[in-house]
Design a protein around this ligand. Structure first.
Ligand code: AMP
Length: 378
């Protein structure tokens, strides 16, 4: 029996979810349909889409949402800022995974941090702020340096201000003060790592990918290195993911981003979806995060999450490097999302997948002059 999978969003994550669903066709027939805000979005290259204006949803009979929900059996999403009113409307008519609770928690950094505190999961110290005086008080309470963040809709380092000295408070307030804010300790971390966990409907088991080290520039992920071999941290991260999955009735891929400080994990944020730091799994794991997400929400058994050798994932940001030059480097895989280039925009990624760490380092060295955002070749 064909499963009709609906996806909210039409970006590259939706595109890769659709590709994984289609590649499962030997085992199960899965059709995809995306709800997207642009006709030429990445997902439109591989799947039918229905166009919608997410900021002014039309709930009328025969409207885009109605058409969408009538053509799908189960719904998931590729981004966490979908208006909850849309999700609530869809939930009354169809199964939506992950649960609304996960979405609502991830949409607001204050709720997210509070959820961690309630579960005794370590996070950087934080305070909610709603006035410039509050911000000054918070800087005294927590001590500088701090990071000021908008509670909602920040991504890739947007909606953030690094507060290093008291003199910057007025500037920080001017930049972000029109929004609800949270202020948190600036963590002088040793590493940033992420964990991808998956829970399906088919059984009680949760599966985990190996931890990944992530390197950012200007708040944008540039490089992921997998696996990050740290058995104690892996265990701690899995315990945290298990608590969250249980608390949030979670089904699907859940990503947790951590800071590693003094050998301990602090949660930075969660993403209730497939994640950029899991793109390496397409070539670098037995089952990709996209396939496992599809399996999870469609009620199929989950696949093996073990890494195959060593992988690195480089985002291509602002411009695509020439494909022939990238592909001339052994062990590389070139992914172009077909997006219009714009400064700071994620346009694609390149994965390196090798049998040894030395081969991976060599490939990264060779890619450094070709992909301009290579940060490290370790
Ligand atoms: P976010 O959008 O919260 O994931 O932030 C983007 C990036 O900014 C993170 O991956 C970190 O590199 C950096 N960052 C965010 N919050 C903090 C913090 N409290 N301390 C240090 N660096 C941070």
């Amino acid at each position: 029996m064909t499963i009709r999978l609906g996806i909210l969003g039409g970006g590259q994550l939706a595109q890769m979810i659709c590709e994984a669903a289609q590649a499962l066709s030997n085992e199960h027939a899965i059709e995809t349909l995306c709800l997207a805000d642009a006709p030429d979005c990445p997902a439109s290259r591989v799947s039918p889409i229905i166009e919608i204006d997410f900021s002014a949803p039309d709930f009328s009979a025969g409207g885009p949402l109605d058409q969408f929900v009538n053509q799908v059996d189960v719904i998931t999403y590729e981004w966490e800022n979908i208006p909850l009113e849309i999700v609530d409307w869809l939930r009354q008519r169809c199964t939506v995974y992950p649960d609304r609770k996960a979405l609502a928690t991830a949409q607001d950094r204050l709720l997210e941090k509070q959820a961690m505190v309630d579960l005794a999961i370590p996070v950087p110290d934080f305070v909610a702020v709603d006035s410039q005086t509050n911000l000054l008080d918070a800087s005294k309470k927590l001590g500088l340096p701090l990071v000021v963040k908008t509670r909602r809709e920040g991504y890739d380092g947007k909606g953030q201000f690094r507060l290093k000295k008291e003199d910057d408070i007025a500037r920080a307030w001017e930049a972000l003060g029109d929004k609800a804010l949270i202020v948190e300790d600036f963590v002088a971390f040793e590493y940033e790592v992420s964990l991808i966990a998956v829970k399906g409907t088919a059984d009680e088991k949760i599966v985990f990918y190996p931890l990944v080290e992530n390197q950012h520039a200007s708040g944008i992920l540039c490089l992921s290195l997998a696996p990050f071999d740290a058995p104690t941290l892996q265990e701690q991260a899995q315990d945290i993911a298990t608590k969250l999955i249980k608390q949030l009735n979670y089904i699907g891929v859940l990503t947790i981003e951590f800071f590693v400080k003094d050998g301990q994990l602090l949660v930075n944020e969660i993403a209730p979806r497939v994640h950029n730091s899991g793109h390496w799994t397409i070539e670098g794991a037995h089952t990709s995060q996209f396939e496992n997400h599809v399996r999870a929400v469609c009620g199929l058994p989950l696949g093996n999450t073990a890494a195959i050798g060593y992988s690195a994932m480089l985002n291509t940001i602002g411009e695509m490097p020439p494909a022939d030059q990238v592909q001339a480097v052994p062990n590389t895989h070139y992914h172009d999302y077909g997006k219009t280039p714009r400064p700071g925009r994620k346009l694609g990624h390149v994965t390196v997948q090798t049998s040894t760490i030395d081969e991976r380092s060599l490939a990264l060295e060779q890619l450094a002059p070709i992909i301009k955002n290579v940060l490290s070749s370790s």
